[in-house]
Ligand binder design. Structure first.
Ligand code: 3HC
Ligand code: NAI
Length: 708
């Protein structure tokens, strides 16, 4: 046997062990090894049953995702796993698949080709292929509905969410849960079924339903996908493939699945989603902070400021089981913060996300206080008081006095200079930015802001902690707005310019929501409050490019008291339930103010609006990348996908720009530069790459090669 597959014997039971760390992905060599093991078992008369198990931390996490890029770029041939799965299913003896960790994608498909499946209760199984823009490609859409029925198969293949072993056992996907040693349990199970006829999944039809029942199910499923997974192609393809399972014989259904799989695999959506998968796993890799950098223990947290962010952050840590001391300067603010937390938890209970007992336990972990008394024992402190350098400095000077020597002192500031904040402490090496996004208990993104003196162990701790509390932590440099907001501010400024030139707010927003963003820039402003960016614009006016155009729409709306949803009017009008509608007053005001400002009104196409918004992000992103405030173009993409509602199926702004072609993007930026002036000055890196016929991905590759 190959090193990746071991074939051993426990008397009459053969044991096939897949050993391809870290996640036993089904590389071509693993597939060949399984096939060879089955052939050997078929030839060995003494074997009465077989167990198929994974070595290490998990069963099989699916096909090797690295292979997909090789196939679509023509560097590797697309093979098929189907013959190997048929060989498993047609094995002379019963094959018992033993699952721990995850059986995902091709891993679950392999399990379903086995005759029986047993698992430890902590295992998970699923068909997550849609997250990569593809569908199950090794008969998953054909065998899964045969085992669990059409409804569950559609749910699993369209959402991509794995299910727990306990649920899998209750719906017939697993035959037994094994407490204790999995291999021993699987061998015992194999002994029970040895010598008996083994059921083949592909021959079953009892759960496939009738055409009449299914027609309504598939129609409803397509409707749900179009609403909840707007713009995504793969979930619809998965439904088509499952429908084929209900209408065609198994072999024909597999052919249809393969056709749909190929269609998805070569799509831009799949390439973008695969980029996002790997980029997300790249972000923790920091060249000068190696994986083995020691970390500081974080078993308790203190937060200063129980407002919007402080209360959300408290929930995040409590949810991870970390006790939190939550301090505010005023009792009323503390009460409001706790009330927000209680309300948010109540919604989670209502939605079935948490049990009342879980919430009760989490609430006990949050200790409100008005004093710094408990701060001395906290391993980490996060400051989330009002945005203002004077106040932040006061708080950090106090923290320096009360915190223990090795405590991490973090600021949740969204715009202020971390080095300046750190300068008032005696230990700037322990100071760092942890920039959560609102609502902190919901948004996945966490920007970890590296100060000039932040020590490597503090960086490593915060990056690891990010994962522990369920966030995607991305390390960014200490520049104004860091990465996300530094790009976002010019983007929302451009949205205002579009309205000032004649576009309706809903047309501006639609230009990017039709592109796939969760919300348009103006609706986002209304949601967070137009006063927030108003205050930022005022405070940082001195940083404006001299002589450059300044937007006026939002400033005037704020001065009229139109702050967005909270005042019932901003760019849009809002009713009691905060449902938005177009407000004709905006068009009238924009017309009047623009004429006064000498800005000619004109009709603006959707393409122009979208390009001006998205390319503004790209141009600023290119500057950030060149200046080194983001480590990689992929890091910027991950920030935008996880913190700003950028569609993952477009890969993030930098990936998207590469797919358009940087020459084309650059030409358009130059066109906008000529038409709209200095704020559109092309980023030097964009110019350089466009002229060299390269993309951000090439830049990244070359940078990585230069450092190795
Ligand atoms: N192929 C190749 N590499 C994979 C992989 C896969 N299927 N799954 C994980 N990896 C790699 C990661 O890139 C990472 O590599 P790195 O250490 O060099 O960065 C390493 O394995 C560990 O992965 P994670 O950091 O994600 O580890 P976690 O423990 O947090 O999560 C996991 C483990 C839940 C298995 C997660 O890795 C995961 O979700 N993997 C992808 C599962 C998936 O999408 N499977 C379907 C593949 S497509 C398919 O099977 C098609 C089929 O139908 C034909
Ligand atoms: P907020 O106004 O909701 O809450 C601030 C809280 O700090 C108030 O409860 C106030 O009473 C308290 N506070 C003020 N001075 C204090 C002191 N000396 N000691 C203890 N408590 C004090 O503000 P919000 O929105 O929560 O913002 C907090 C920080 O997070 C700011 O730096 C902001 O820039 C940043 N941020 C805000 C985001 C948002 O969307 N609201 C997103 C990301 C970061």
């Amino acid at each position: 046997m190959s090193e990746l597959i071991q074939l051993t014997r426990e008397n009459e039971i053969a044991v096939i062990t897949i050993d391809n760390p870290p996640v036993n992905a089904l590389s071509p060599a693993v597939q060949a090894g399984i096939n060879a093991a089955i052939t050997k078992i078929n030839q060995d008369e003494e074997v009465k049953a077989a167990v198929l198990i994974g070595a290490g931390r998990t069963f099989v996490a699916g096909a090797d995702i690295n292979e997909f890029g090789k196939i679509t770029s023509g560097k590797a041939k697309r093979g098929s796993f189907l013959p190997v799965l048929l060989a498993v299913e047609d094995c002379r003896v019963p094959v018992v698949v033993a699952i721990h960790g995850n059986a995902l994608g091709g891993g679950l498909e392999l399990s379903m080709a086995g005759h029986y499946r047993v698992a430890v209760p902590t295992a998970q199984v699923g068909q997550p292929e849609v997250n990569l823009g593809i569908i199950p490609g090794a008969a998953g859409t054909q065998r899964l509905p045969r085992l669990v029925g059409v409804v569950k198969a559609v749910e699993m293949c369209t959402t991509g969410k794995p299910i727990k072993a306990t649920e899998a056992a209750s719906i017939g996907l697993l035959d037994k849960l094994v407490e204790g040693d999995l291999l021993a349990g699987a061998i015992a199970f194999a002994r029970e079924v040895a010598g008996k006829p083994a059921p083949k999944t592909r021959l079953r039809t009892d759960k496939l339903g009738t055409a009449e029942q299914n027609a309504a199910l598939f129609a409803a499923a397509r409707e749900t996908v179009r609403k909840k997974q707007r713009g995504l192609q793969a979930p619809l393809a998965a439904i088509d493939a499952i429908e084929a399972a209900t209408k065609m014989p198994f072999e024909k259904g597999c052919e249809e699945e393969a056709r749909l799989f190929d269609q998805c695999l070569y799509s831009d959506q799949s390439k973008a989603l695969i980029h996002v998968f790997f980029a997300e796993r790249e972000v923790p890799k920091i060249p000068d902070v190696p994986k083995d950098t020691p970390v500081r223990p974080v078993n308790s947290l203190a937060i200063v400021g129980a407002g919007t962010m402080g209360s959300g952050i408290a929930m995040v840590f409590a949810n991870a089981g970390i006790p939190v001391t939550l301090k505010d300067a005023e009792q009323a603010a503390l009460d409001r913060g706790l009330e927000t937390i209680r309300k948010n938890y109540a919604i989670s209970v209502q939605r079935g996300r948490f049990t009342p007992q879980f919430v009760e336990e989490r609430m006990k972990l949050i200790k409100p206080t008005l004093s710094y008394d408990d701060f001395a024992s906290a391993d980490m402190v996060i400051e989330a008081v009002f945005e203002g350098m004077g106040l932040k400095k006061e708080v950090f000077a106090e923290l320096d006095r009360v915190c223990k020597p090795d405590a991490i002192m973090a600021s949740n500031t969204s715009t202020l200079n971390i080095d300046e904040i750190a300068s008032v402490t005696s230990r700037p090496e322990s100071v760092i930015g942890t920039h959560f996004f609102s609502p902190a208990n919901v948004m996945r993104l966490l920007e970890v802001v590296r100060g000039r003196k932040s020590s490597k162990d503090v960086i490593a701790t915060c990056m690891q902690l990010g994962k522990r509390i369920g966030k995607v932590a991305v390390l960014v440099g200490n520049c104004w707005g860091f990465v996300g907001n530094r790009m976002f501010l010019p983007y929302i400024r451009e949205a205002q310019f579009l309205v000032e030139e004649g576009a309706a707010p809903e047309a501006v927003d639609a230009s990017v929501t039709n592109f796939g963003l969760a919300m348009g820039p103006l609706a986002v402003g209304d949601l967070g409050g137009l006063d927030v960016s108003y205050r930022i614009r005022k405070e940082f006016r001195h940083l404006d490019k001299p002589g450059a155009r300044r937007p006026f729409m939002e400033d005037r709306l704020v001065e009229m008291g139109r702050l967005g949803q909270k005042t019932g009017a901003g760019w849009y009008r809002y009713d009691e339930q905060r449902r938005s509608s177009t407000d004709p007053e905006i068009a009238a005001l924009a017309g009047k103010w623009s004429t006064e400002a000498g800005i000619p009104r004109r009709s603006i196409s959707e393409d122009e609006a979208r390009d001006r918004l998205i390319y503004m992000l790209v141009n600023e992103g290119a500057r950030i990348l060149e200046e080194g405030y983001a480590l990689r173009a992929g890091d910027i993409d991950i920030i935008y996908v996880n913190g700003y509602g950028f569609p993952a199926y477009r890969g993030g702004p930098m990936w998207y720009a590469d797919t358009v072609g940087l020459k084309k993007v650059y030409d358009r930026v130059c066109e906008f530069h000529r038409a709209h002036g200095a704020l559109w000055e092309p980023a030097p890196l964009l110019k350089k790459l466009a002229e060299a016929g390269k993309g951000f991905a090439d830049f990244q590759r070359e940078a990585a090669q230069a450092t190795t």
